[in-house]
Design a binder for this molecule. Structure first.
Ligand SMILES: *Cc1c(COP(=O)(O)O)cnc(C)c1O
Length: 403
């Protein structure tokens, strides 16, 4: 049996064709595929706007920039996530405040967030970054109510959950990143994620002002939108008599303005072509992920060695399939000996040496720390073959003498 990773990309001939066609076109960096990808992605998640960027981390950074995070600001997030969810606050000099997870869902626990907020005067905190960890959608309706009570913004880190949703209080499906409850949401197109473009990311929002700001920040803080120009047409044209030289336009065609300190966080057109091609079959991939989850669930349900919260949850996008087990290290090694490369998601971010320098220590997040001791992510990707999954299950059951 070939090595089985915990996640991997799936590239079809169609994907390759799409990239080759774009390479033969006139555009290498941003071109027409970017807008096409953005529009298709916005319609996939149900948001008004989407902004394609270089990667998910860049998406997070542009979010904290656009929301104006500054030194002294305090932002709440979960310790069970990829470090970038927290780092984006630090890029802007803000302070990261961790709140514990719910041991049943593994998501940021709204009760522990409320406790934090209640313990300080209003205005102490500026925002919350909940993460749809493993693909399970956060109940953003509840977070919105809490955020409004305290005047906070929400960035939804949906890197694990394109296509995922939760059911709101009116019984409606609310897709991750649809902009109904969070100011901004972000996605990643890293190869292990649902949609792969090599590197790549997307921001979605329903807020036109934030959308325009993001477009500018993505390209050095430069705008070519005449209606936004701050300098005079006389300055722009370099002429005392600009109305004589260019009678039909107040600003010459070359003119642009750098108005904010932005970055180069652009995605290339050929990456957008790959992302778009992958997006076209995202629903099929999601369906397959749910099938794999169901089979794992049925295989391990009621087994003594596992706490099987990763049941079949409606709207779960199953980026990961996590189980909590006894003797996790033993199982991990045993799987490796059998060429199965499970992974651990995540080492609690507050205990990373960098975050320890801010005073975070063991015991601060009891649920997250307990979860970390037992969690293991099993192979989960659409091209995982039935016989491969059967083998994974067999090796695990055998390790615990549960066959
Ligand atoms: C992958 C990931 C990111 C970062 O995305 P990149 O594209 O790798 O920069 C951020 N948050 C979470 C939860 C992720 O899984």
């Amino acid at each position: 049996m070939k090595p089985i990773p915990y996640g991997r990309q799936h590239i079809t001939d169609e994907d390759i064709q799409a990239v080759v066609e774009t390479l033969k076109s006139d555009y290498l960096t941003q071109g027409p595929k970017i807008k096409e990808f953005e529009d298709a992605f916005a319609s996939y998640v149900g948001s008004k706007y989407a902004v394609a960027v270089a990667n998910g981390t860049a998406a997070l950074h542009l979010n904290t920039l656009a929301l104006g995070v500054k030194p002294g600001d305090k932002i709440i997030t979960t310790p069970i996530t990829f470090a970038a969810s927290a780092n984006c606050v630090r890029y802007c000099g803000g302070e990261v405040v961790f709140a514990d997870i719910d041991p049943e869902t593994y998501l940021l626990d709204i009760k522990s967030v409320r406790k934090l907020l209640e313990a300080s005067p209003k205005g102490t905190y500026q925002g919350i970054i909940p993460v749809d960890f493993a693909g399970r959608a956060v109940d953003l309706e509840a977070f919105r109510i809490l955020a409004d009570e305290y005047g906070l913004w929400i960035i939804q880190d949906s890197c694990h959950s394109p296509g995922g949703y939760f059911i709101d209080s009116k019984g409606q499906k609310q897709h991750c990143g649809n902009g109904q409850f969070a100011e901004l949401a972000i996605f990643s197109f890293h190869p292990v994620k649902h949609i792969a473009s090599g590197e790549g990311g997307m921001i979605t929002t329903n807020d036109e002002k934030l959308y325009k700001k993001l477009l500018m920040l993505r390209t050095h803080g430069i705008t070519r939108d005449e209606s936004l120009f701050q300098n005079s047409p006389e300055f722009a044209s370099g002429s005392q008599n600009s109305s004589f030289l260019i009678p039909h336009s107040t600003f010459p065609a070359w003119y642009m303005e750098m108005q904010e300190l932005g970055y180069n966080y652009r995605l290339t057109d050929f990456q957008a072509a790959l992302g778009l091609s992958q997006l076209n079959r995202a629903d099929k991939g999601l369906e397959r992920r749910r099938e794999i989850a169901k089979k794992y669930y049925e295989a391990f349900q009621g087994q003594f060695f596992t706490k099987s919260q990763s049941g079949v949850v409606e709207g779960h996008a199953y980026h990961l399939y996590v189980i909590e087990v006894e003797n996790r290290l033993g199982l991990y090694q045993h799987l490796r000996e059998n060429n199965i490369f499970a992974q651990i998601h995540y080492i609690p971010v507050h205990l990373m040496p960098y975050y320890r320098t801010f005073g975070w220590k063991e015991g601060d997040m009891p649920n997250a720390e307990k979860y970390y001791k037992n969690c293991i992510s099993l192979p989960m990707f659409p091209s995982l073959k039935d016989e491969e999954q059967d083998f994974v299950i067999e090796v695990i059951l055998d390790f615990y003498d549960a066959i």
